[in-house]
Design a binder for this molecule. Structure first.
Ligand code: KIV
Ligand code: ZN
Length: 522
């Protein structure tokens, strides 16, 4: 079987599009999970885009082992130099450089002639080769390019030393048969294509990114690029989990295999959703909460008789364990630990004990604890003390829209109380927190959703706050009380903003190691 290389760009094409700023700690958490998942390449960022991005890529390059760490650059020397600088400590560094090759991009965006683009492409690859052996070249908007020109550029960059050539459908315009035709054309018309891996990179503007990627793989591509949960520019990138599972379910048809550990898919999806604040739709293929639910009587009857009647994937294969035990306040440490292990959380004894105590409090409030509750609880629980914690919240409302909140916080060791009026309870709580913390941020987005089912369900609040420097930071909080969940989410975001501000004053390369807020009210 051929090997399909899996190139993850969640932290570059995914993050860049959301406008959110993930801190280094969050990026490392995602990247380490991607290593567990078994991707071959992690595109860690675009180092020339900001000093923060360069530092993040540098840290990931230093921390990650057993995986290719890649940085993106335009076909300009300064970008390539930044990439090389950030990748210096990587075990397996790759520079991903390139330029647009479609007529509209060359004429309107770059204002360059095709000959100038060809020259810049070759120069970029040669420059990158001075630093690393592994150089990937991207021909941006390849799908809308003239194929003869595309083939000429690819041939020249391979001659210059490119080890991988990437032919993106940058605007998500292709259909599967057209994308396959382009791959076939490249395979047949680029004389030296055998010396490089052909990579595909699709966007989902017409909802065909996964189908186009699979068509490209069938036509001979050796590397697929995409993101977890399909996050990315506009309608997103190819969902890697969809491509991986499409191949897994029909390996012999594709004649190719990935080295991915499919059992890590579910955990990776949840982590990316939690950290980016981008929810996964319930009906999303492979990772949606309904992806393995059978609702209609006929389907339930069929699945009970023989699972494969309506299930093409055994949920355990993607890391969704069978739901045999529902935990409650009567569950002992053993059952708690066992379920966490089944859900993919392996932690040391001390942390487990802290979590168990929090779990008992939660179970007292909530009664039954489902897997979704555990994911939310463990995913948001504290690993270290933070400089802001919520001590008490009380809210009074008068009519539908007017509310007063009084809140007590512990801030850098001092206990402080303040109150504010607002347009509803959540607004009042946020204003009261603002009065106490005084961080100059603007609330841009607020969502509240139920974690599991039933009237005792946990509420999960996600906020996005815009900082002074224009960056967006995500905060998340859970509680059986939705006002408290909202306050926790907001405080969680403020903790991150404060730590990012501190980081700017620190020496380069210092990692922020904690980003979550204290979740148990004391
Ligand atoms: O979509 C695209 O063309 C890209 C390139 C920069 C690789 O993301
Ligand atoms: Zn892209």
């Amino acid at each position: 079987m051929r090997k399909l290389y899996v190139f993850d760009t969640t932290l570059r094409d995914g993050e860049q599009s959301l406008g959110i700023t993930l801190n280094v700690h969050e990026k490392i958490e995602v990247a380490k999970q991607l290593v567990k998942l078994g991707v071959d390449v992690i595109e860690a960022g675009f180092p020339a885009s900001s000093p923060g991005d360069l530092e993040s890529v540098r840290t990931l390059a230093r921390e990650l082992k057993g995986v290719i760490v890649c940085g993106l650059s335009r076909a300009v020397e300064h970008d390539i130099d930044s990439c090389a600088e950030s990748l210096r400590e990587a075990e397996y560094p790759r520079i991903h450089t390139g330029i647009a090759v479609s007529p509209v991009h060359m004429a309107q965006k770059l204002k360059l002639s095709p000959d100038q683009v060809l020259e810049a492409s070759v120069a970029a690859v040669k420059h990158a080769k001075k630093y690393v052996g592994d150089v990937e070249f991207y021909a941006e908007d390849a799908f809308r390019s003239e194929l003869t020109f595309l083939a000429k550029v690819l041939e020249k960059v391979i001659e210059a030393g490119a080890t991988v050539v990437n032919i993106p459908d940058t605007v998500g315009y292709a259909t599967p048969w057209e994308y396959a035709e382009m791959v076939t054309y490249v395979m047949n018309h680029v004389g030296n294509i055998g010396r490089a891996v052909l990579s595909i990179h699709c966007h989902n503007d017409l909802g065909m990114a996964t189908a186009n990627s699979l068509a490209g793989i069938m036509a001979g591509a050796g590397q697929v690029e995409g993101t977890i949960n399909g996050i990315g520019e506009r309608a997103g990138n190819t969902s890697l989990e969809e491509v991986i599972m499409a191949i897994y379910t029909q390996r012999s048809r594709y004649g190719i295999d990935t080295g991915v550990n499919t059992r890590e898919i579910s955990a990776t999806s949840r982590l990316v959703s939690r950290i980016t604040g981008v929810p996964v739709p319930a009906h999303k293929a492979i990772v949606g909460s309904n992806a393995f639910m059978h609702a209609s009587g006929i389907h339930q009857d069929g699945v009970l008789k023989e699972r494969t009647t309506y299930e093409i994937i055994n949920p355990e294969v993607v890391g969704v364990p069978k739901n045999r035990i529902v935990l409650s306040a009567r569950s002992g440490r053993h059952a708690f630990r066992h379920r966490l292990l089944e859900l993919g959380y392996n932690m040391e004894q001390e942390r487990l004990e802290t979590l168990y105590q929090g779990f008992l409090q939660l179970a007292d409030q909530k009664g039954e604890i489902f897997d979704q509750d555990l994911h939310a609880f463990v995913g948001g629980s504290v690993s270290e003390e933070n400089n802001i914690s919520i001590k008490q919240i009380s809210v009074t409302t008068a009519g539908a829209s007017s509310a007063t909140a009084t809140i007590t916080l512990e801030l850098d060791g001092d206990t402080m109380t303040d109150a504010a009026c607002g347009n509803g309870p959540v607004d009042a709580v946020i204003r009261a927190i603002d009065r106490l913390v005084g961080e100059p941020v603007t609330l841009e987005d607020y969502t509240l959703q139920s974690v599991s089912r039933g009237k005792e369900a946990l509420g999960e609040a996600t906020v996005k706050v815009r900082c002074d420097d224009g960056g967006l930071v995500v905060g998340r909080g859970i509680s059986t009380d939705v006002i408290e969940a909202s306050a926790r989410a907001y405080v969680n975001a403020l903790v991150k903003v404060k730590k990012m501000a501190d980081q700017i004053d620190r020496p380069a390369g210092d990692i922020i190691t904690d980003e979550v807020t204290v979740f148990t009210r004391q």
